[in-house]
Ligand binder design. Sequence first.
Ligand code: MTE
Length: 327
Amino acid sequence: MIKIRSSEITPEHMYWSRRRFMKGAAKLMAGTVLLAACGGPRSGSPSELPEQPAGAPGTTPSLAPEPTPPEIRTDELGHPLTPYESVVGYNNFYEFSLQKQDVANVAAGFVTSPWQVWVTGLVNKPRLFDLDALRAFEVEERIYRMRCVEGWSMVIPWDGFPLARLLEAVEPTSQARYVRFETAMDEEHMPGLRQNFPWPYVEGLRLDEAMHDLTLLATGVYGQTLPPQNGAPVRLVVPWKYGVKSLKSIVKIELVEHQPETFWMEAGGGEYGFWSNVNPEVPHARWSQATERVIGENRRRETLFLNGYADEVADLYDNLDSRSWYF
Ligand code: MTE
């Protein structure tokens, strides 16, 4: 079993205390957060005040107290949130473009309303969820680290609800052991679909992973409606796994008996497996996973075992040898 330093472990109460219920407060918070993330609030940020030498002619010495620094929001480990512009401007969404900085532009015309998510398979109550039905779930904010398999990471404040709530509503049968997810295919607005990949983008989780409270269906980010490039109107977020698992713009969720074949298992030439659990000790076939580039900060950080969520999820894998966690 891989050891994690005690400084990397956050007591559960601290983690949970940072989860905030969003209903009603969402818009209010978004205003504050957005300003802080987009280069500092319009007032009060020392870095934004015009520089003036002390005692310069025409200036009156100010008796005002030092301006209060803007609130720096962090994850439960103290890592600051990734600026909003990076979260919505540096994206992996191959259906639109393979160029991260282009995805937002290409995806701008993507229609995400009306929308339907078909939840089916080994369930007692198969159901089509439209946007109103999705909105009925209570939304909360979760600040999660996102670690891409390519070696970069962000800290993102998502708004969403546990996938478990939706799965409970359809009542999986006792035969259901895995969950298979599928992304939309819109030939007209997704030029990436012309690339030779095994579309649609499919992902999968074991049922207990899917039912885990950390597994989120996100409908917003930074208190705003999810933009198309981030997977509008609803996407998966599984924070202890590489970002490939967090598939976007979901149209179908199917409860199945056998482990599904994922997009990257098929497309990745044997380099990608089903589990994709973040593990700094298991390198990718072509690069190390020991460290990550922190987007928006120009520095590298040590990658944490299970992306820092070991306390919450390590016991899901008691029967799995850590070397197979990736595959
Ligand atoms: N979902 C779909 N449908 N298509 C994709 O190309 N890329 C994945 C994941 N979900 C992808 C996807 C990868 S590799 C990552 S790292 C995350 O989305 C990135 O999410 P973000 O752009 O919101 O940061």
